[in-house]
Every structure is written in structure tokens, then in C-alpha cells.
Ligand binder design. Structure first.
Ligand SMILES: NC(=O)c1ccc[n+]([C@@H]2O[C@H](COP(=O)([O-])OP(=O)(O)OC[C@H]3O[C@@H](n4cnc5c(N)ncnc54)[C@H](O)[C@@H]3O)[C@@H](O)[C@H]2O)c1
Length: 355
């Protein structure tokens, strides 16, 4: 049994990670950590065994014989906790985003290489059944060259933890671009073939900071603080160019006056195109008449996989056990944060940023 210590017993830790551990019989949650002791009650009620609870992650890492830690804290803490754990001989699984600055991402990569520990950051959307099937089709060459992508996660109303750490730049690193963008930009790049990005441009807007209705959904993530800070964007749009000439259009919002929430990826390949919509995708080809050109392929849906989180955690445990090769390396995390920070810089300066 692998022994894990979960750090951060808030929204994602309790509603997604703990249920995942309850379903994985090779991992035991032996310790919990949160600075807020009131968070332990619900988690303890959900677990079969009774882990030891800590309010200081350093004490937890020093006292427990952990195989790995699972970081579910606000974004600005991911790097310091990950580095501390690896330096104390403990593997690290962390929630996204990797961290909030390029410097911190590079420090995580350096610590991983120096200590030789496993470090993986959640890329749950890669582990959805739909994504795996699509990746295989692309690898098989069914799409031909993929030369352009368009992706986004746009919410009509859904600002997480308004006034709390999510909307405080120093702690989150930004709004929906870093919160939602990391998921979908990553998956789009992964499906296209992880081409090297060479330039980005972007614009950001903050229009819903004072709107009462804008935080009406996704309230399980982050605690809301009335009158708290809101110095991040609620909409980001941008454009990424790659070394081989391919390009990607992006759009991420926590609140927008649109019909409904949508998570999507469109890929344009020479032979086929696809629209990925989470659990399902549609493949389009040009050889048939327009009316029958849509080939619908319903991806199988597996109950309780929670958008690939369970499968991502299972994969990490198999990496530790030496049964699988890691599908994520920290270079990808450094690249991701470089892209996101450059889009923010472009939004501030009004100019394209070369990477
Ligand atoms: N992969 C996904 O689908 C997904 C979804 C939601 C959130 N997330 C990520 O998960 C992380 C947590 O998000 P959340 O929505 O659960 O936030 P949250 O605010 O609900 O939970 C964070 C928890 O961390 C605790 N905490 C803060 N500082 C701490 C410290 N120093 N030591 C120990 N605990 C500490 C808080 O008390 C809180 O209970 C974020 O990085 C977020 O981006 C990922």
C-alpha cells in the first residue's frame, strides 16, 4: 500500500481526491493537513481508516512515513510544499496549476531533478476516456497534420471563491486563464503533438468583480469572502503560435453573457477535424456530403472518474510503483506557466510576446 498525506482539505481535496482514494485499493490516506481544523470533520467522515490530522505540512512530512503527498492548497503554495517534500524524500502529486510564476516552476523542476523524486501535476483532462481515444486516433495518423486548434472553457456565471484566494492575484496567479486555461490549453497542445510555442498575444478583462450574480455556480471551490480582493481577470482571450507554423486560439471565462457554460477543443487536421466536448467528441471529414459529414463517436463514460482525476491519480501511483512511465514531465509544467505568464504580459503591454 502506498501511503499518502493530503494537504488542503477544501473543495477539490474533499469532493474529488478523497473519493478517488476510497476507490483505489493500492493507496491509503494516512495523514491529512489543513491550516483550518474545521475542514477535517467532513473528510474524516468519508474515509474508511482514520488518518492523523496536522495543521503544519512540514510536521506531517517529518513525522509520517509517506510515499507521496497530494497538494490541494491554493496555487501560490504548490511550489514551496512540493520542493519541501521532495527534499524530504517524498514523491509529489500536485493539483494544477503547476505554480504561479516561471521562476517557481523552474525551481520545482530543479528540485525534482536534484532529488530524483517523482513529481506530477494534475492533468486530469488528458486522462478522460474521450481524450485517450482521440489521442490514439491522432497518433495513428487518422487526422493527418493538425495545423490549427481552437479551445476554451467559458462560463456564464461561475467565479470560484469570490473575494478569497481565487480572485487574489498574489495567491492565484490570475483568473480563468490560469485556473481553467491550464486544463484545456494543456490538452489541446497534448493532442496536437506538444509543438514548441514561439509567440503569444492576449487580452484580459475584469467586468464582473462587482456583480452579485456572477459567482452563482462552482461555489464548492474556494471560500467566498464578502468585500475581499478581486484583482484578476474574469475573461481572457488569446492566440498562440508554434514553431512549425501551427496556431491556437483560446478563450477562458468565469463569467460572460453567453448562453451556457462550455468546455471545448476544435482541431483542424488535413484529413479530419474534431470537436471535443469533455465526455464526447465529434469527428468531421470532408469526403461526404455536408448533411452526412458528421461522424459522431460517443466516448465511453466511466462512472465516478470525475473528469479523469481518478485515472490521473491511479496513473501517478503506477509510476511510483514502477509499472508505468510518467505521461507528464515538469518541462511541460514550465512551458505551460511560460505561456500563461506571457499571455498576461501581452494583455498588459498590448503587444505580442515572443517566448
Ligand atoms: N483539477 C481540477 O479540476 C481542480 C478543480 C478545483 C480546484 N483545483 C485546484 O486545487 C487547488 C485547491 O482548490 P480548492 O478549490 O480545493 O480550494 P479551497 O480553497 O476550497 O481549498 C484549499 C484548502 O487549502 C487549505 N490551506 C490553505 N493554506 C494551507 C496550508 N499552508 N497548509 C495546508 N492547507 C492549507 C485551506 O484551508 C483550504 O481548506 C487549487 O490549486 C485549484 O486550482 C483543481
Amino acid at each position: 500500500m502506498l501511503k499518502v498525506g493530503l494537504i488542503g482539505c477544501g473543495g477539490i481535496g474533499t469532493t474529488v481526491h478523497i473519493p478517488a482514494y476510497n476507490m483505489l485499493d493500492n493507496i491509503e490516506v494516512v495523514a491529512l493537513c489543513d491550516i483550518n481544523e474545521s475542514k477535517f470533520k467532513d473528510v474524516l467522515a468519508d474515509l474508511k481508516n482514520k488518518p492523523v490530522c496536522y495543521t503544519d505540512y512540514k510536521e506531517m512530512i517529518e513525522k509520517e512515513q509517506l510515499d507521496f503527498i497530494d497538494i490541494c492548497t491554493p496555487n501560490y503554495l504548490h511550489a514551496e510544499i512540493a520542493i519541501y517534500a521532495m527534499e524530504h524524500d517524498v514523491h509529489v502529486f500536485s493539483e494544477k496549476p503547476d505554480t504561479i510564476t516561471v521562476e517557481k516552476a523552474m525551481m520545482m523542476k530543479e528540485a525534482q531533478e536534484r532529488t530524483g523524486k517523482h513529481l506530477m501535476v494534475m492533468r486530469n483532462n488528458r486522462h478522460r476516456f474521450s481524450s485517450k481515444e482521440l489521442k490514439q486516433k491522432i497518433k495513428n495518423g487518422e487526422f493527418g497534420d493538425i495545423y490549427a486548434g481552437r479551445c476554451g472553457w467559458v462560463r456564464r456565471r461561475g467565479i470560484p471563491g469570490k473575494g478569497g484566494w481565487f480572485t487574489t492575484k498574489e495567491q492565484s496567479g490570475g483568473g480563468p486563464l490560469i485556473d481553467l486555461g491550464v486544463h484545456i490549453i494543456d490538452l489541446t497542445m497534448y493532442l496536437m503533438g506538444n509543438f514548441k510555442p514561439v509567440s503569444v498575444s492576449g487580452s484580459t478583462f475584469t467586468k464582473f468583480a462587482n456583480s452579485e450574480e456572477a459567482d452563482s455556480v462552482h461555489s464548492s471551490f474556494g471560500d467566498k469572502i464578502d468585500g475581499g480582493s478581486f484583482d484578476v481577470e474574469d475573461l481572457a482571450m488569446g492566440f498562440i503560435k508554434f514553431e512549425n507554423g501551427a496556431c491556437m486560439q483560446i478563450e477562458f471565462s468565469w463569467a460572460s453573457n453567453i448562453a451556457e457554460e462550455k468546455t471545448f477543443i476544435e482541431l483542424r487536421g488535413e484529413k479530419l477535424g474534431v470537436e471535443w466536448l469533455g465526455d464526447t467528441y465529434e469527428i468531421f471529414d470532408g469526403t461526404e456530403s455536408k448533411a452526412s459529414a458528421v461522424k459522431k463517436e460517443k466516448a465511453r463514460q466511466i462512472k465516478n472518474t470525475k473528469n479523469g482525476h481518478l485515472e490521473n491519480i491511479r496513473h501517478f501511483s503506477a509510476v511510483i510503483e514502477g509499472k508505468e512511465d510518467p505521461d507528464f514531465v515538469m518541462d511541460q509544467g514550465v512551458n505551460m506557466i511560460k505561456i500563461l505568464r506571457a499571455i498576461y504580459k501581452s494583455a498588459e503591454t498590448g503587444r505580442e510576446v515572443l517566448l
